[in-house]
Write a protein that binds this ligand. Structure first.
Ligand code: NAP
Length: 473
């Protein structure tokens, strides 16, 4: 073991991205019994928690309680948060090399995958990622506009993100008011004229990516009926055989639920959510003004691919689905970071079990690690990132033990803070965040909501400045 990790020479790790994977990585580093570790967790936004704040649906408050675990991590000695500090702009890889022994990238998957079909970029065609970030008050998405005066909406994809989007579009203002949805989104959704929402699955009910609890919620919305065309709820022979062979309980429950929806009578609720299966969009059509007016769908059939998976292929039978808004919800992808090897097709940092790999030599790059969605792609639930981050940190500790780490010139907390202060004097600490958190909750109390989020960086910094200038009580 090198001397790194002792009280006089702590192991210093920078983590880039303060979402779940970043916090789980910090926790695992800081709880090492025989090592003294210092972790600086950076985020380009002033607020921590990444997708828990900006991805989890506002009507799922229980899921957000996971932040209590992250707050415990933030209280550990050796932990610091530097919010409003962007990697690649305010701090560069070469800067980090001067003050840390290693860096872990936990930047998640921030952009959406495309359908690559004609008309995808027409007005009124959006990515679900943008809509989700918008209604959750993400500062970089707050100025987007979604024309919710339109009546018919299609969502491409049947994963849990598509379910979130469908639910938010189908909720009543009274339901949304009880959440921490961004106030501008609440206003827009109050005026919404959306009447019909279609979710479009390219495969069958047995392959739907949404999970059972999330699906079940769709059938329990106070003012929206759910429907599946009966012929699309039926399983094809290949799916039937696969399901029987697998006997997977969750899948069976999901299929049974979908089949129940197919025979559920409409109850006259204001909105209708229709879930379609075995259809793929092939072209988005627009009206004279260039706005989405419909989507051309092709009917699919399933076949067994060489890898044994059931995949869709077009049958040549087409239909036109008139819709005026379209959200593609076909998965997220990561964004490349300056100086960090990236696999463009997979949308992840090139890595092996969290160790970043040099694309030319195929060997690990000393000091660089990845965890979470930027490491493995956008799969799993929040808790999945814990085991993922632990795996990465274990590799990092193994390397440190073997002396494979950066040799920083100034490995001190003070020097690192000075670096940040020089490039971003408006950095936000965890204590600052706790003040913002309290202010948001206070703003919420005033209007009977759990919180009213600050949605612009300037607004957050203003609130912090105002707080620090206030005379002592
Ligand atoms: P996802 O679960 O991977 O679902 C993506 C969906 O898009 C699938 O239905 C997929 O169909 C479809 N798709 C992909 N390419 C397509 C194409 N070219 N044309 C048509 N359809 C296409 O991704 P996600 O919904 O973005 O969710 C990401 C992760 O976050 C998931 O692990 C999800 O469970 C998780 N999440 C969880 C919650 C929650 O727990 N409440 C909420 C939100 C997200 P195929 O299956 O045929 O590929």
């Amino acid at each position: 073991m090198s001397a790194v990790g002792t009280p006089s020479h702590p192991l210093r790790v920078a983590i880039i991205g303060a979402g779940p994977a970043g916090f789980y990585a910090a926790e695992h580093l800081l709880k090492q019994p025989d090592l003294t570790v210092e972790v600086d967790l950076f985020d380009k936004l002033p607020t921590p928690f990444g997708l828990v704040r900006y991805g989890v649906a506002p009507d799922h408050p229980k899921i957000k309680n996971v932040t209590r675990i992250y707050e415990k991590t933030a209280k550990r000695p050796g932990f610091r948060f530097f919010g409003n500090v962007e990697f690649g702009k305010d701090v560069l890889l070469d800067d980090l090399r001067k003050h840390y022994h290693a860096v872990i990238f936990t930047t998640g998957a921030q952009v959406d995958r495309h359908l690559n079909i004609p008309g995808e970029d027409l007005d009124g065609s959006h990515s679900a990622t943008e809509f989700v970030a918008w209604y959750n008050g993400h500062p970089e998405y707050r100025d987007l506009t979604f024309d919710l005066t339109r009546e018919r909406v299609a969502i491409v994809g049947v994963g849990n993100v598509a379910v979130d989007v469908a639910r938010i579009l189908c909720r009543t203002p009274e339901e949304l008011e009880k959440t921490d949805i961004a106030d501008y989104a609440l206003d827009a959704l109050r005026k919404s004229r959306v009447k019909e929402v279609f979710m479009l699955g390219r495969r069958g009910p047995a392959q739907a990516a949404f999970t059972f609890p999330e699906a079940k919620e769709l059938g329990e919305m106070p003012d929206a009926d759910v429907y599946v065309p009966p012929e699309e709820a039926e399983l094809d022979p290949l799916s039937k055989a696969e399901l029987e062979a697998e006997g997977a309980r969750d899948k069976l429950k999901k299929v049974a639920l979908i089949q129940e929806w197919a025979h559920r009578p409409r109850t006259g609720k204001s909105r209708l959510l229709t879930i379609r299966f075995l259809v793929s969009p092939v072209e988005v059509h627009g009206d004279d003004t260039g706005h989405v007016s419909g989507v051309k769908l092709v009917r699919n059939e399933l076949y067994k691919a060489d890898d044994g998976r059931l995949r869709p292929r077009p049958t040549g039978v087409f239909e036109e689905l008139p819709v005026e808004l379209l959200f593609r919800s076909v998965g997220y992808r990561g964004v490349a970071l300056p100086g960090v090897p990236f696999h463009d097709r997979w949308g992840v940092i090139l890595n092996e079990a969290g160790r970043v790999i040099d694309p030319e030599t195929h060997s690990p790059v000393t000091g660089l690690y990845a965890a979470g969605w930027i490491k493995r792609g956008p799969t799993g639930v929040i808790g999945t990132n814990k085991a993922d981050a632990v795996e990465t940190v274990e590799k990092l500790l193994e390397d440190v033990k073997a002396g494979r780490h950066w040799e920083p010139e100034e490995p001190t907390a003070e020097a690192a803070e000075q670096l940040v202060r020089t490039h971003q004097p408006d950095f936000v600490t965890f204590e600052d965040w706790k003040r913002l958190d309290a202010l948001e909750i206070e703003r919420g109390k005033a209007v009977g909501r759990p919180r009213v989020k600050f949605t612009s960086v300037e607004e957050m910094l203003e609130a912090l400045r105002a707080g620090s200038e206030a005379p002592p009580a």
